[in-house]
Design a protein around this ligand. Structure first.
Ligand code: C2E
Ligand code: MG
Ligand code: MG
Length: 637
């Protein structure tokens, strides 16, 4: 019999099956679909062998039976084609109902193919001579191949059309699998004694297994828990099915193992893992940040179950239960507050990083407000990105008045974003977020570039301006190459360093002091001067002024306002003014809105005033018009 090759295929598949079943698996639709292809291929190879046997022993088993078996083999080929198609559709139609609906059409076509194959006549040629030929032909074969062809064309079509929806590894694996089949059937067609199609099927299965379906790739090697890849697939499936789950996140910060001897850490961790692995109705995953995420599919029981887990932790670990581990706990009662796996994972990271309460509360329940905050921040992030991409970042200028020269002598550049509807978004809405995610570096450079461009087109001295003040964020101050970047921009626009004054804040001077000082040194060498912004907010420390090589100190609006509201603030400000003036530094008072405030500041000897009293921050053109109108009839000194 010509069944040696098929038998090799059967053995190969049995080995794969052994390895597959031996592993712990997370219940995924893709795995069920893979098992579908696996069994379809296995049955196909078995029938290949059986049909050859039936043909060889047709004298004993009867001619109709041999034909029936040969047709059954053909039918199993259709089974392989349908299962391959359903395997690929798992990614495309993630929603169960859609998947079933789409697949039902193919099942009907498959069933029609099966009936037609059995109904149509079939012939075979079998010679036991030297040639060892065995092949089937006739309408039955044509019907099978025709139907299978429809499936294969559909697979190719979907691979192309729904490319974006299919996991790239699955796409590649399915392509290799199809390729092997096509090559094998060509070889078998040309050399009729080489019956390798069945074997090729088993090789294809091996490719799928190795590339995508090996359950081991879903496991975390060190703990045996499911890994983040499995977590992503598992929860994606839940969201696709619109099913809810609850999650308990266990975060092992350093202090969690504070009361455990260092040599026992690993043993205790494994004991915890073993406990989690045995939990009924819950699946535990370990993510890339070394957190453990326990998922409960029964959301009603989840709260009770998670309380039990926490109690178990309180009971202590180790033989004598003396090792108490105190992790942070994040609890998400309803996954429905987010809409996708990506957002769920992002939410956990977000809450972990942003909820200040987390360090105070060992147990934190993620409520709707955390989620809303996260979405708002995400939206803002996108808005900033889009604005930068689509050149919707604008710079407004707020004039600064010199009490000595009695005219506008400088201005502060203040960033704005114009949203898609054309409305202006103030920096209070996005600066913090841009600082948190690092976009401020790019945003800061864009603002600086726009200021330099503005200076080139409208030389400040023509408008009586000495310089433009540009804000630097804390994050920018801590960026090693800031000085080089800003000097490069100034050179690009031929900006004179005299025209630029950079504003730093107190917070910058503490956090990244060394880098900031390095940057300041390089920029000062280039001729740039600095102001200390926001003086009077936070923990104002007069030492900063002594330590920082600044020329100007800017009093924050809150400080100037307090001057008019309480006596103590007045004393503080008087002393600060004396000291700053004693150091020969200039002062800018921000937030001056009324004549009275202006008069008082002038009397106090404040050299510069900035505030709505003179003007709000203005867009470029209005700012130029404002300057021109003030220059009319006034000599620029
Ligand atoms: P800041 O640097 O202290 O800027 C002064 C803020 O006070 C400006 O708010 C200005 O519009 C406002 N202001 C000035 N005079 C008055 C007044 O008389 N009354 C009132 N109510 N407000 C007044 P703005 O433009 O909303 O900027 C807020 C903050 O955003 C800035 O505070 C600065 O810290 C930051 N910022 C603005 N532009 C940039 C930028 O390009 N880069 C960076 N890193 N931060 C920026
Ligand atoms: Mg400022
Ligand atoms: Mg300020």
């Amino acid at each position: 019999m010509h069944i040696q090759i098929q038998c090799c295929g059967i053995v190969l598949m049995m080995v794969l099956f052994y390895f597959y079943m031996r592993q712990k698996r997370v219940s995924l639709d893709t795995q069920r679909a893979f098992l579908g292809v696996f069994f379809a291929t296995f049955i196909c190879i078995m029938f290949d062998v059986l049909s050859i046997g039936a043909i060889e022993y047709r004298h004993v088993l009867s001619e109709p039976f041999a034909k029936f078996m040969a047709k059954s083999y053909l039918v199993t080929l259709l089974g392989v084609a349908v299962s391959a198609l359903s395997y690929m559709c798992v990614d495309i139609y993630a929603k169960q109902e859609v998947y079933r609906k789409k697949m039902s059409g193919f099942w009907i076509l498959g069933a029609a193919g099966v009936i037609a194959t059995y109904a149509a006549p079939l012939h075979y040629r079998y010679a036991e001579d030297e040639e060892k030929v065995l092949y089937t032909y006739g309408p039955g074969v044509l019907v099978t191949y025709g139907t299978a062809l429809v499936f294969f064309i559909t697979i190719f079509y979907l691979l192309k059309k729904e490319r974006a929806k299919i996991n790239p590894r699955r796409r590649e694996a399915v392509c290799i699998w199809l390729f092997i089949w096509i090559i094998a059937s060509q070889i078998q067609y040309m050399y009729t004694d080489v019956l390798i199609v069945g074997y090729a099927g088993s090789i294809g299965i091996m490719v799928l297994y190795l590339k995508l379906e090996n359950p081991e790739t879903n496991l975390d090697r060190s703990t045996g828990l499911f890994n983040s890849g499995a977590l992503y697939q598992f929860i994606s499936q839940f969201f696709a099915r619109e099913e809810e789950f609850a999650a308990l996140v266990i975060i092992f910060e350093k202090h969690a193992f504070q009361n455990v001897q260092i040599q026992k850490h690993e043993i205790i961790k494994m004991e915890i893992v073993e406990y989690l692995l045995k939990l009924p109705d819950a699946l535990s995953f370990k993510n890339a940040e070394d957190e453990i995420i326990v998922l409960f599919t029964d959301t009603e029981a989840a709260e009770k179950r998670s309380a039990e887990i926490r109690q178990r932790f309180q009971a202590g670990w180790g033989e004598d239960h003396t090792n108490v581990v105190r992790p942070f706990w994040l609890y998400l009662p309803h996954s429905g507050v987010t809409d996708r796996a990506e957002n769920f994972l992002y939410l956990i990271r977000y809450v972990r990083q942003n909820e200040k309460e987390l360090s105070e509360h060992v147990f934190f329940t993620i409520e709707k407000d955390s989620v809303e905050k996260m979405y708002r921040e995400k939206e803002t992030e996108q808005m900033i990105l889009d604005a930068m991409e689509e050149d919707r970042v604008e710079v407004f200028y707020q004039p600064i008045f010199s009490t000595e020269k009695h005219r506008i002598t400088s201005a502060e550049a203040l960033v704005r974003i114009r949203d898609q509807e054309g409305n202006i978004v103030p920096p209070g809405m996005f600066i913090d977020i841009a600082e948190e995610n690092g976009m401020i570096l790019r945003l800061g450079s864009i603002v600086f570039e726009k200021v330099c461009c503005f200076i080139r087109e409208h030389p400040p001295e023509q408008y009586g301006l000495d310089y433009i003040e540009v804000n630097l964020s804390v994050v920018q101050c801590g960026y090693e190459h800031l000085a080089e970047e800003y000097i490069r921009i100034m050179e690009k626009y031929g900006t004179s360093s005299r025209c630029i004054n950079l504003e730093i804040t107190e917070s910058a001077s503490t956090s990244a002091k060394k880098t900031l000082l390095g940057n300041m040194e390089k920029l000062m060498e280039y001729g740039i001067k600095f102001s200390l912004d926001d003086f009077g907010t936070g923990q104002s420390n007069l030492n900063y002024i002594v330590e920082m090589p600044v020329d100007i100190v800017k009093f924050d609006r809150s400080m100037t306002n307090a001057y008019f509201e309480n006596r103590k603030a007045r004393y503080v400000m008087d002393a600060a003014i004396q000291m700053i003036q004693g150091m020969n530094l200039e002062i800018v008072s921000e937030g001056i809105e009324t004549e009275e405030q202006y008069q008082t500041m002038e009397e106090l000897g404040i050299s510069h005033i900035q505030g709505y009293y003179f003007s709000k921050p203005l867009p470029e053109n209005e700012f130029l018009r404002f300057l021109e109108s003030r220059m009319d009839g006034q000599e620029v000194q």
